[in-house]
Design a protein around this ligand. Structure first.
Ligand SMILES: Nc1nc(=O)c2c([nH]1)NC[C@@H]1CN(c3ccc(C(=O)N[C@@H](CCC(=O)O)C(=O)O)cc3)CN21
Ligand SMILES: O=c1ccn([C@H]2C[C@H](O)[C@@H](COP(=O)(O)O)O2)c(=O)[nH]1
Length: 284
């Protein structure tokens, strides 16, 4: 059987050696997803529990069937890693992807950055999950407890949006660092290309900080949906699969710690041979 059965059934065969597993999932949800209402009132086609896997030594998974705005991906990840929860920092860098959810003062509440770097304890202190993760990767890489969670149940009602990529785990074997992320809710057209690139970049950074080689990125999605007002855009993107191109490579300049990387340290443009951007409205 083809590696891409849904695309194949649609007559959309990719060139040999080109990874279109993301596009296969888009096609599967478009063709076989069930109609489901959602919080935003937009309406979706949806399937539950799917997985994508990327060998990070084979290229950087920046989708090529449309332009993926790496500036926003980089900025958002650096903002998380620095503990940011206010959109002003992003806006100062020309990134607007979180604007719709912010308070007038720019605040989003205790979202990813707060939970990753300063998860509140019962005693009034905080836990730096990222610092602890790097320490464990260096000192006890066989550990099966290398988990970072943004899903702080007690804080959910103070967050502008409950975490979508709620939880990730690292795994080391034979000097290679792999990472699996659990995304409970996945906007396949707008959010997921960002999320895949973001966690691929995080895996590369963690590997660089700990002297490991990047292994595999495993993306696990819960409610995997295509919004009803993204269907035309998805059809346009899938029509490009027969001309899909290989992934680019990442260049990453080393920084002192995960929160010290700058935008200029990260470049995923080498060999990024992509199709044009496709605009779509974001469901708020
Ligand atoms: N419905 C929904 N989908 C999401 O993906 C999402 C949310 N809400 N809420 C929180 C964040 C914000 N995210 C977003 C928001 C907007 C874009 C977006 O509009 N992307 C455009 C261009 C972005 C740019 O150039 O800066 C794209 O074409 O990818 C992407 C991710 C991801 N998340
Ligand atoms: O990084 C992200 C953040 C958000 N999303 C999407 C997934 C859903 O379409 C919405 C969130 O709505 P909920 O009702 O809270 O599930 O945002 C994403 O794909 N990636």
């Amino acid at each position: 059987m083809s590696r891409y059965p849904v695309l194949t059934a649609l007559g959309l065969e990719p060139p040999a050696g080109v990874d279109v597993s993301y596009e296969e999932l888009l096609a599967e949800v478009l063709e076989h997803g069930l109609h489901k209402g959602d919080r935003t009132g937009t309406g979706t086609r949806s399937l539950f529990a799917r997985q994508l896997r990327y060998d990070l030594s084979a290229g950087f998974p920046r989708v090529t069937t449309k332009f993926v705005a790496m500036k926003a991906v980089k900025g958002e990840l650096l903002w998380f890693l620095q503990g940011g929860t206010n959109v002003r920092w992003l806006q100062e860098r020309g990134i607007t992807i979180w604007d719709e959810w912010a308070q007038p003062d720019g605040e989003l509440g205790p979202v990813y950055g707060a939970q990753w770097r300063s998860w509140p304890t019962r005693e009034g202190g905080t836990i730096d999950q990222i610092r602890e993760l790097v320490t464990t990767l260096r000192t006890d890489p066989d550990s099966r407890r290398m988990v970072v969670s943004a899903w702080n149940v007690a804080d959910l009602d103070r967050m502008a949006l409950a975490p979508c990529h709620a939880f990730f785990q690292c795994y080391v074997v034979q000097g290679r660092l792999s990472l699996q992320v659990y995304q409970r809710s996945a906007d396949l057209f707008l959010g997921v290309p960002f999320n895949i690139a973001s966690y691929a970049l995080l895996t590369h950074m963690l590997a660089q900080q700990t002297g490991l080689e990047p292994g595999e990125l495993v993306w696990t999605g819960g409610d995997c949906h295509v919004y009803d007002n993204h269907v035309d855009q998805v059809r346009l993107q899938l029509a490009r699969v027969p001309q899909a191109r290989p992934f680019p490579t990442l260049r990453l300049r080393r920084a002192e710690f995960l929160d010290a990387y700058t935008m200029e340290d990260i470049d995923a443009s080498t060999g990024y041979d992509h199709h044009p951007a496709i605009k779509a409205p974001v469901a708020v």
